[in-house]
Ligand binder design. Structure first.
Ligand code: FES
Length: 326
């Protein structure tokens, strides 16, 4: 298979197979390149193309700005070489000890079942177990040039090859439609793990805030806390537009309420007459405390509203870990 050589200012170099993503080839070769999302949204992997030409595999990637083309900047997670390259990464972030290596896996669909309106649970059995931290996500390859990020809703258990995703179908969007069509026995490729959402050590009280399918990483972390019999005080605020969309409420409550000091608060924006719980948004239920540690996951407008409320309440950004998607 034809391959191109990529050289870095460190003197390291590696080969990239025809059509392969530069980041994937670097990982395979054991060469560190800065990255975070692996999908095209964060911009951490931007590099200056000092020499050579590339093809862009995701031209609408959110992290690409018009000035990047003028400066010959590319996303190495979404580019493949057309010639030998010399690259200069724009970030100097090193591989911290907390980062787990991203690994490729083949997964077979075990179940893809309805949970609620346009919401499903996809269970996949991997060819081999893969270590990840509860709260992290996988990139699922759903077709040629069709890769999407989904957080695992289960923690990683030694030797366990099954992973689970909770996801939503968004109208005609290609990625979620392809997920929706998966049936038992279908095979998908996955890259695991990505993302910086995981439980930080310490004894501070924890507040977790989830909106919509943001419940997936929050549920994984809650299950991990319960399995470890964590003694920290934990409050989880879980919100959705309707009660029917609170699809993980029972599993979440069972995990959190098994903790030494755990409580779940469910909130619905547009309740039907049978809803007996709280009404409003997750922001309405927040009482920011500078000494607590916050984990926030959900659609971007929700995450932004929560961050703003926490900022106004005097919570430092170093006390908050967040993941916004949807
Ligand atoms: S790693 Fe996030 S854009 Fe490439």
């Amino acid at each position: 298979m034809p391959a191109h050589r990529v050289a870095l200012p460190t003197g390291e170099s590696f080969l990239v197979a025809d059509g392969e993503r530069i980041l994937a080839a670097a990982r395979r070769a054991g060469v560190w390149l800065p990255f975070e999302c692996g999908w095209g949204s964060c911009g951490t992997c931007k590099a200056t193309l000092v020499e050579g030409e590339v093809d862009t595999l995701f031209s609408d990637a959110p992290a690409i700005k018009p000035r990047d083309a003028r400066r010959r900047r590319i996303l190495v997670c979404q580019s493949t070489p057309r010639s030998d390259l010399v690259l200069e990464p724009t970030s100097v972030a090193g591989a911290g000890p907390e980062w787990l290596a991203v690994e490729d896996r083949i997964g077979t669909v075990v179940a893809n079942e309805d949970l609620g309106p346009d919401l499903r649970r996809l269970e996949v059995e991997l060819d081999r177990p893969v270590p990840y931290r509860a709260g992290q996500y996988a990139i699922v390859e759903l077709g040629p040039r069709l890769r999407r990020c989904y957080s695992m809703s289960t923690p990683s258990i030694d030797g366990d090859r099954r992973i689970v995703f909770i996801y939503k179908r968004y109208g005609s969007r290609q990625g979620s439609s392809a997920m929706w069509q998966l049936v038992e026995g279908d095979v998908v490729r996955l890259e695991v793990p990505y993302g910086g959402m995981w439980l930080r050590d310490g004894s501070d009280a924890i507040v977790m805030v989830a909106g919509g399918t943001g419940i997936a990483p929050i549920l994984a972390m809650a299950l991990e806390l319960a399995a470890g019999r964590d003694e920290r005080a934990v409050e989880v605020i879980y919100g959705a537009r309707s009660a029917g969309e609170l699809v993980a409420a029972n599993e979440l409550s069972a995990a959190v309420e098994s903790l030494h000091e755990g409580r779940v608060r469910l909130v619905v924006e547009s309740p039907d007459p049978t809803w007996a719980g709280e009404t409003g948004t997750v922001v309405d239920l927040l009482s920011p405390a500078a000494s607590h540690r916050y984990y926030v996951a959900g659609p971007p407008p929700m995450v932004e509203a929560v961050l703003e409320r926490l900022r106004q309440g005097g919570v430092g950004i170093d006390r908050i870990v967040f993941d916004s998607f949807g």
